[in-house]
Design a protein around this ligand. Sequence first.
Ligand code: XMP
Length: 516
Amino acid sequence: MLSRQPDAIIIFDFGSQVTQLIARRIRARHVHAEIVPYNANIARYNNPSVKGFILSGGPASVYAKGSPQADPRIFTFGKPILGICYGLQLLAHNLGGKVERGEKREYGKAVLTVRDRGRDSLFYKTPLKQTVWMSHGDAVKKMPKGFTVSATSAHSPCAAVSDRVRKLYGVQFHPEVWHTEFGTAILENFARNICNARPQWTTRHFVSGAIEEIRAAVGKKRVVHALSGGVDSTVLAVLLKKALPSGHVKNVFVDNGVLRLNEAGQVRASLSSLGLRVKFIDASKDFLRALRGVTDPEQKRRIIGRKFVHVLMRQVSRGDMLSQGTLYPDVIESVSVRGPSDKIKTHHNRAPEVLHLIREGRVVEPLKELFKDEVREVGKELGMPDEILWRHPFPGPGLAIGILGDVTEERLAILRTADAIFMEEIRRADLYQKITEAFAALDTSRAVGVKGDEREYGYMILLRAITTTDFMTADWYRFDADFLARVGNRIVNEVRGVTRVLYDITQKPPGTIRYM
Ligand code: XMP
């Protein structure tokens, strides 16, 4: 947080799955953007640091009974408003236009023909023809008085509209998704040129603000910080080290028994290279006992989350603070809109014990305003090496959700070795940085193989490697055939109990990155 309020754009969330991306695109251009539920108290945002509003997309129909509506006071503040998809339909619906069910749902890429590229247009300095991403069932049939059309597409005569006098803008497409070629430029035009928001959201500002915030929150107390070796918790550990006197931070690493091969050793080495002292707690036996016989992935997650919190809380003495690398996507308030983005992940960062400490004012979460890519920038600003900042994500429940069945010591040992071979070959081929996330999983149904003269039934190892920028969509990585042959051979030859190796060629969506 900045000690001074930076200029900001407020995004009202009407339940689209990609609302977060709007904030990310705007922040990527150094303008602060904040997401709030559509029904947040709007009076709070009628202050000089708020330079404009965005109404997000959403799954509802504006004319349907009970659909989420914009607070009409928003039109009286005189601040610019951009409506995206459902947001555009809200503008039309509220100001005297007409929205109807379209003949056909329009989904996918469309070519936009731009009519207006003036300085106060969303399309300033972008091409006359550009590719955009559409996803809507309803469409604006008639715009309210005062609006003109600034871009069209084959199926959307009102693909972009504006009322320059009232500073109201609307787009039927989604500028926030990567498939919209000039999406970031469009959002930047809105934030910078139309709203006149200054680019005050920089990592340097953030770092000094976060250090101030940590010092103010912690005072002379001690902070217990759980480190996983991942980007977020490591960046936070470096921030804590900068902010507080040595001896006031207790870094803790918990071995939950479902770590990758040598994970703890690698984390130890990388943390010590940053000058961080860490207490390692081996709780693996405890975790594995609790996981015995459990096959349901969500139950595995719950067990691991609960155990983790128990182990961690034993390290927090009375009067200690707790710090967590909670990020912005974890804290954006859930909106009460029915739709796919409604699903809320339970997170150990919000376990009952942690909530209790939060109520007592004993939790510091200085990264809670940041997205992952912003955390990396902060790490860079703090002088951290790329190999830590670009570490692939590894979920807390780790190998437990990589075993597609119950977790046993034997299966863990097999999966660990197979996964280590895959990762070793990826590094050797210099592909680690080209891939966002790679891992092996173990299918517990048995497949036949021949080893020597005998038929043998063994496990199947599934390999997955994906590239993504936002983790909401992902593509499988195109390895060359020789690479796959090498990895496959090594795994079946070097890992006892494995008879097959399969490479996953499923995109997300519809597949997810992990198997369970
Ligand atoms: P999916 O499988 O949902 O994964 O496409 C998206 C991202 O989330 C990670 N993931 C998890 N991270 N605990 C975590 O900390 C979990 O239980 C969990 N499940 C999935 C996954 O690795 C990917 O980066």
